[in-house]
Design a protein around this ligand. Structure first.
Ligand code: FAD
Length: 453
């Protein structure tokens, strides 16, 4: 089997940032002999991992008020591996950028919640500072202009906050190919059509032929669940594809990422403002959140696959019903629908934007055509709830399916590390943990360091 050109020990499906990160981890830190990476597009990271699809934020958990302390602890350990990678391999100002970031609280109630959060989270994030109006006026004057309500922020300086996940994916692949002890073969424009078990191996049918592997990791975005269902796995999960769009200001209005306080009842992250690395650092606002009948942005409607992952049975409909019966959530869904309307959406979306920059007017923002992506949000059918993070189906039989809504790009190396551990255990191979800790888990990566010991 070793010399068979259509066999590799490991196959990875999907060359977004998750699949590319796994290829890198396997090639650099394990003694896996051969890995094949299959991607249906002609280059890596053209879908959600493209710099135009996501908010380019390295989510650590400090400014994301939709995370509780437990989630933030987990996200920090995973995401700081990306920051450490960028620093260690010298990609600052090329892939990862140091920009300030903050959570902005508006009005007395939000300020009270912000202060509570500061005290709860400051031990986990010692760089956090409370910024009063005077401080904010110095750092970001546009936040204060024409503002009538009191504001306060938790701010963080001098950290990598902004990442080009497309370039990161390309770099993972390039570095993996430089590792000569692992043979990494790349198969672009070679989508996987089906996966089946053949003896103790997996048979992948691709557009260009067949391929065998001992172990398969499916990192195919929304399609991961389609593959899982086709193979009889993950029946407990359904998917709700949520589109996310953006608006651009005509100018650079902010130097920092400005996140806002999460409404406790709303399921998706509150609108934020981000300096955009693809567009001269102009300020980008979003994302919006709207249910969409597509599995991928800029691709055709795939009716059969869509119906498969929606799995519209009683338990899924109950989750939808629970969401819709809450007035705040109903209004939120309606508003987000209106935000997408061509030509008029900006007149409605401006109210979200003015929470951040009160002086901005609707004619000064425009819909960001060609930007945005689709978050494959998972519904847990057994517990009848919408899961807001990533989900993994580990069959324990040599095939793993990853579903990666936000913060999947930030936690790409953490997830890849977990999968690499599984692969090594399954194939009885070694991982060079010492080198991995040295390169990817410096001081900031507290939890992973402990886990790795
Ligand atoms: C609006 C929005 C904002 C976001 N903001 C952030 C953010 O600021 N920070 C953050 O960390 N995360 C963010 N996310 C989430 C982040 O973009 C994703 O978690 C991440 O990009 C997922 O990477 P992936 O590699 O798992 O999936 P993808 O990037 O979707 O890659 C999947 C790959 O699989 C390939 N594929 C699919 N089917 C097949 C097949 N049959 N054969 C071969 N290949 C196949 C696709 O072509 C694609 O290249 C955001 C997402 C959205 C939508």
């Amino acid at each position: 089997m070793k010399n068979n050109p259509f066999y590799t020990q490991v196959s990875i499906i999907g060359a977004g940032v998750s699949g590319s990160a796994l290829l890198f981890i396997l090639a650099r830190y394990t003694d896996v002999a051969s890995v094949a990476l299959f991607e249906k597009c002609n280059e890596p990271a053209t879908l959600n991992s493209s710099a135009k699809a996501n908010s380019q934020t390295l989510h650590l958990g400090d400014i994301e008020t939709n995370y509780d302390l437990q989630k933030a602890t987990h996200v920090k350990s995973s995401s700081s591996m990306v920051a450490n990678f960028i620093t260690h391999f010298d990609f600052e100002e090329e892939i990862g950028y140091r920009r300030n970031k903050m959570i902005l609280a508006v009005g007395d109630q939000e300020i009270r919640r912000l202060k509570e959060r500061y005290h709860t989270f400051k031990e986990l994030f010692p760089s956090m500072r409370l910024w009063d109006e005077k401080m904010l006026a110095e750092k970001e004057p546009s936040l204060l202009k024409e503002r009538t309500q009191k504001v306060m922020a938790i701010g963080v300086e001098d950290q990598i906050t902004t990442v080009d996940f497309h370039k990161l994916s390309q770099t993972f692949i390039t570095l993996a190919q430089e590792e000569k002890s692992t043979q990494s073969t790349l198969h672009f424009e070679n989508g996987i059509e089906s996966i089946s078990k053949k003896g103790d191996k997996y048979l992948l049918r691709t557009l260009q032929g067949e391929h065998l592997s001992d172990i398969v990791i499916v990192n195919a975005g929304a399609h991961s669940l389609v593959f899982a269902h086709q193979m009889g796995y993950g029946e407990a999960y359904a998917m709700l594809p949520i589109g996310g769009g953006f608006y651009f200001a005509d100018d650079v209005l902010l130097k920092s990422k400005v996140y806002t306080m999460q409404h406790p009842k709303l399921p998706f992250a509150a609108v934020h403002a981000d300096p955009d690395l693809t567009n001269g650092w102009k300020t980008r606002f979003g994302p919006t959140a709207f249910a969409t009948p597509k599995l991928e942005n800029r691709h055709h409607l795939e009716i059969l696959n869509l119906f498969d992952v929606l799995s519209l049975d009683k338990s899924v409909l109950e989750v939808y019903y629970d969401l819709m019966k809450d007035e705040d959530i109903r209004n939120y869904i309606l508003q987000n629908f209106v935000y997408q309307l061509p030509g008029v959406g900006n007149n409605f979306f401006i109210s979200e934007v003015q929470k951040i920059i009160p002086s901005l007017q609707s004619e000064q923002i425009h819909y960001a055509d060609g930007y945005g992506g689709i978050r494959p949000q998972i519904i847990d059918k057994i517990n009848k709830r919408l899961l807001l993070g990533e989900a993994k189906i580990d069959t324990g039989d040599g095939i793993v399916f990853n579903m990666t809504p936000s913060p999947g790009a930030s936690s790409c190396l953490g997830n890849a590390y977990e999968d690499a551990q599984r692969i090594c255990k399954f194939l009885d191979l070694e991982m060079d943990r010492r080198l991995l800790i040295e390169e990817l888990c410096e001081q900031s990566c507290i939890v992973t360091r402990e886990t790795l010991k």
